[in-house]
Ligand binder design. Structure first.
Ligand code: NI
Length: 217
């Protein structure tokens, strides 16, 4: 059975039209709330993240609930990554230092591997020695890793280098720092090109806003 190009085009365009209608309706709804909330640059982060159950570098089970009373800076990567991951992990540390401790909430940096076959508990423990001791390093069964990666829409793909399977491979992956608030909600994310100072400023703003919640501000 073959779908004609026209069929594809038609179904494609009706999806686009639906999206436009939906977008317009949502924007009309949001219009009023937006006025007194101009610091909120919404990029659809509301539906990122979800519950997870993984294991840390000491073999202790860790779930999303473990971090319920603090902010979390979450990063996905793999320890065999030659340059991007080490740089980004160090950038998380720089952000942590820049945030400082003037806030009423602690911030916990968390690394989740997207390469659980090689990133065992032992490997994470070994790798962690070269980085900020404040980090929690998480691994787990492939199915669980896939689930959490999917919930944060992390793109991953194994890069095949030649035919032989000598366990030496790279994993292509998207690289974002996710901010999770003490209620467990992912409230923002930051890309590679964003500067440490700007990220820290944004996080501090989120913390102030979170602290103000319930006090009627
Ligand atoms: Ni990497």
């Amino acid at each position: 059975m073959k779908m004609s190009r026209l069929d594809l085009l038609l179904s494609g365009s009706s999806i686009v039209i639906c999206a436009i209608v939906l977008y317009t309706v949502q924007n009309m709804k949001k219009g009023k709330e937006k006025e007194n909330n101009d610091e909120d640059k919404t990029i659809g982060k509301a539906d990122l993240g979800g519950p997870f159950a993984l294991i840390n570098q000491d073999g202790v089970p860790v779930t999303d609930a473990t971090f319920r009373d603090q902010f979390v800076l979450l990063y996905f990567g793999f320890t065999f990554c030659p340059d991007i991951c080490p740089n980004e992990i160090n950038k998380v540390t720089e952000v942590m230092n820049e945030i400082g401790d003037q806030n009423s909430f602690d911030t916990k940096p968390v690394f989740v591997t997207i390469d659980p076959n090689r990133d065992t508990i032992g490997q994470l423990k070994y790798y962690s020695q070269d980085f900020d001791p404040r980090f929690t390093w998480l691994t787990g069964p492939s199915s669980q890793i896939q689930e959490i990666a999917k919930s944060y829409r992390v793109f991953t793909g194994k890069v095949d280098e030649g035919e032989e399977d000598d366990g030496d491979y790279l994993v292509d992956h998207s690289s974002f720092m996710y901010l999770i608030d003490p209620s467990g909600e992912c409230i923002d994310f930051y890309g590679k090109s964003q500067h440490v100072e700007d990220i820290a400023r944004s996080i501090n703003r989120h913390m102030r806003k979170y602290s103000g919640k319930g006090k009627g501000t």
